[in-house]
Design a protein around this ligand. Sequence first.
Ligand SMILES: [Zn+2]
Length: 444
Amino acid sequence: MPDSSKVSAGRRRLAAGVAAGILLTAAVAAQQGGSRASDMSKISREYVRLVLALGAHDKDYVDAYYGPDDIRKEAETAHLTLDAIGTTVDRLAASLKSVSVDAADELARLRHQYLEKQLAAMRARVRMLEGEKLSFDQESKALYDAVAPTYSDAHFQEVLDRLDRRFPGSGPLVERYDAWRRAFVIPRDKLDAVFKAAIGACRERTLAHVKLPPGEQFTVEYVTNKSWSGYNWYQGNFRSLIQVNTDLPIYIDRAIDLACHEGYPGHHVYNALLEQHLVRDRGWTEFTVYPLFSPQSLIAEGTANFGIDVAFPGRDRIDYERGTLFPLAGLDASRTAEYYEVQALVDQLSYAGNEAARRYINGRIDRDAATAWLQTYALMPHDRAAQRVRFFDQYRSYVINYNYGKDLVRAFIESRGGTADHPAKRWNEFETLLSSPRLPSGLR
Ligand SMILES: [Zn+2]
């Protein structure tokens, strides 16, 4: 605690015969620190109450809450209108501005900025629910504190041309690619065994570098009829519920992707470390709630995606899958490298999904055109493309959090020395990011 070190410094100087005024200064500083702490805890509580209140107007807004029950009850009984939530958010943002920050305490500074950005995003979400129309980029800036880069059709065409040479023949490229890829679907009756193995491998690699809270664990459920392919519902107490959507065929790469992304070192670890370091160690109640349409989501999705590369760098993934997952799924293990060579190319089309979403949300293309665009430029078969457009309907510019979030997180970790050839440093920087309230603009 900075306050107690200030007091002891004052005492030492007093003992050395310096004027008693210094002790007084220290006492005032301690008092200011104390009132700053109580101001922040009031703001934090009010922030939680507002997030929960907004959740009553927007069923997707509150992704997780494991904080005090009385705040939930307060939020439920107050029945705040959108308008009342908006003006209270403005008032709270003004009180936050008036609280001074101890510049020497990096976490305290990040916390202050975090609340500021989270409140601004909440305000934007209220305006959207009240009918304000934002363009895709305006929305992602307001909600996620970031604007993803734009790419032309020609950018994707260059990758598509290479894939076209890889899969020669007639008919749409997406059909040729899909026909080839069918040999890599995990059979439904092998799914659970493959996922359990993947989760075990991700957890083992994470535990080798990150100290996880005691008793952390999660359960996996298989569900249908969702616009997403997987979901982590954090429940507090270091526990998560992970749901895997089985509407569409699940390819072998999803096992490690989902196990890392939803579990280790992704969402489950992120939430558990925030609970441990910020909620339990520091008593920062605002981290017991997770508003989905907020800057925190870019950090959550970006770290969850980058975490796949951190846990399984380079050849490590192919070696592990060839030896364990392909055989478990009953797939031809001699084709592991071939599969990942093609996937590496297809991954370069990832931003095509953002382009489809941007054009669709901006009203430049309709549902059918967006579906067709995803088939052509993101190589998604029709049913998957249609599912993705349903995701756009529900989550809109949220899509940038996955790929742009990953790119921002990677650049941030690497700028601090956490490059692929320094794995220990990479894990260390990654763990620090997962344990702190840093937001997208703070990554640059
Ligand atoms: Zn995610």
